[in-house]
Design a protein around this ligand. Structure first.
Ligand code: THU
Length: 165
């Protein structure tokens, strides 16, 4: 038996005003995106904003449905739309937040497992890491330099290439 330990690292900032203008614009876009989330069932509004290498920002928010599983998380709306609209785009960063005015928590909320898997696919597609910023209440921010830090031992395309022909 061998025990294998995996380390994770992320950085916490109390105030994102020291980040550059491009990132602060991205953060504000994610916050604004929470306002137009369609979340009549959970009331939990999530916003995501994708920063492309071109400087363009693509936003998404959660879209719920009366048939609950038909809804989609904010991160996936943003990433799938980015891939549909700009199939060759390189993504530099992804900012995620919730509408803190409608919840009683100060916690920074991390993305669900399904969204982590989709972020991992986005990194694989562009063969490059995507910085992830989780925005908390006020200007708190958690910076994660790659999805590898949030999704160790991810299922990936390499596994599929082992299928016998
Ligand atoms: N949600 C997201 O948008 N992103 C996540 O990473 C977790 C959950 C949404 C889905 C649903 O509309 C609501 O939050 C409650 O789960």
């Amino acid at each position: 038996m061998r025990e294998i330990k995996i380390e994770h690292s992320f950085r916490l900032f109390e105030d994102y005003s020291s980040f550059d203008a491009e990132l602060t614009t991205l953060f504000e876009a994610a916050k604004t995106a929470t306002k137009s989330a369609y979340a009549p069932y959970s009331g939990f509004r999530v916003g995501a904003a994708v920063l492309l290498e071109t400087g363009e920002i693509v936003i998404g928010n959660n879209q719920e449905n009366a048939a609950y599983p038909s809804g989609l998380c904010a991160e996936r709306v943003a990433l799938f739309y980015t891939s549909a609209r700009y199939p060759d785009a390189v993504i530099k960063a992804l900012a995620i937040t919730i509408d803190y005015s409608s919840v009683e928590t100060d916690d920074i909320i991390p993305p669900c497992g399904g969204c982590r898997q989709v972020i991992a696919e986005s990194e694989a597609k562009q063969t490059g890491s995507i910085r992830i910023f989780l925005l908390g209440r006020d200007q708190r921010v958690c910076q994660i330099d790659s999805i590898e830090q949030l999704l160790p031992l991810a299922f990936s395309r390499e596994v599929l290439s082992t299928v016998k022909s």
